[in-house]
Design a protein. Structure first.
Length: 196
């Protein structure tokens, strides 16, 4: 297995990295660019997978190409906003303005959603709590501040890590059972997290 460069030193982030390391329903890590499964009798073991009712009761978010993806985004947005609101005193990642509550902020992508690959579109370490103004005005100054703050929070190599990690997920198809499994793992590992 590839050594993941994203597992960085430091307090709760170690836990966070491992909990958000894109885990399958079984808890097994998914390899980016894994070879195509052999066409034997188990060629589609998750065919007919039914998204559980608790997941289908999550409201639809603003990103995604299917109801499960939209719900997955709703979860990741709430997760990153709750995480950052508590850890960084409610401050917008880009301008530092204090928000009244996590619901007042938005889950902003550093690398834009549209240019992220597969599961990396939903990676919590490419998303941070932002005020609406900064999230909707992606000029160079705001983007630069966003990046500088991510480096301060995660370490100097974090922006390189985002690029490398994103590249690993090119061409990987999003699957419902994996997205649901990831949310189960987030809930299990982060008892403070309240589902939207
Ligand atoms: Zn801001």
């Amino acid at each position: 297995m590839l050594k993941r460069s994203g597992f960085k030193k430091g307090g709760t982030f170690r836990t966070l990295k491992s909990t958000t390391g894109l885990l399958g329903a079984s808890g097994a890590k998914i390899k980016a660019h894994s070879p195509k499964p052999k066409r034997t009798k188990n060629k589609l073991p998750h065919k007919g997978y039914k998204v559980p009712d608790w997941f289908r009761s999550i409201p639809l978010g603003s990103h995604g190409n299917s109801p499960t993806q939209k719900r997955y985004w709703k979860v990741i947005s709430a997760f990153t906003r709750q995480r950052d609101f508590n850890k960084y005193h409610g401050k917008c990642v880009s301008c530092g303005k204090r928000l009244e509550s996590w619901q007042d902020g938005q889950g902003a992508h550093y690398r834009r959603y549209a240019t992220c690959n597969s599961y990396f579109k939903f990676h919590p370490d490419n998303v941070a709590l932002s005020c609406a103004y900064c999230n909707q005005n992606e000029d160079g100054v705001i983007g630069h501040s966003f990046g500088e703050e991510l480096k301060r929070r995660y370490g100097e190599k974090h922006l390189d890590w985002i690029e490398k990690e994103n590249n690993k997920w090119r061409g990987v198809k999003l699957e419902d059972h994996i997205m649901v499994g990831h949310v189960e793992k987030l809930l299990e590992d982060n008892p403070w997290f309240v589902l939207p």
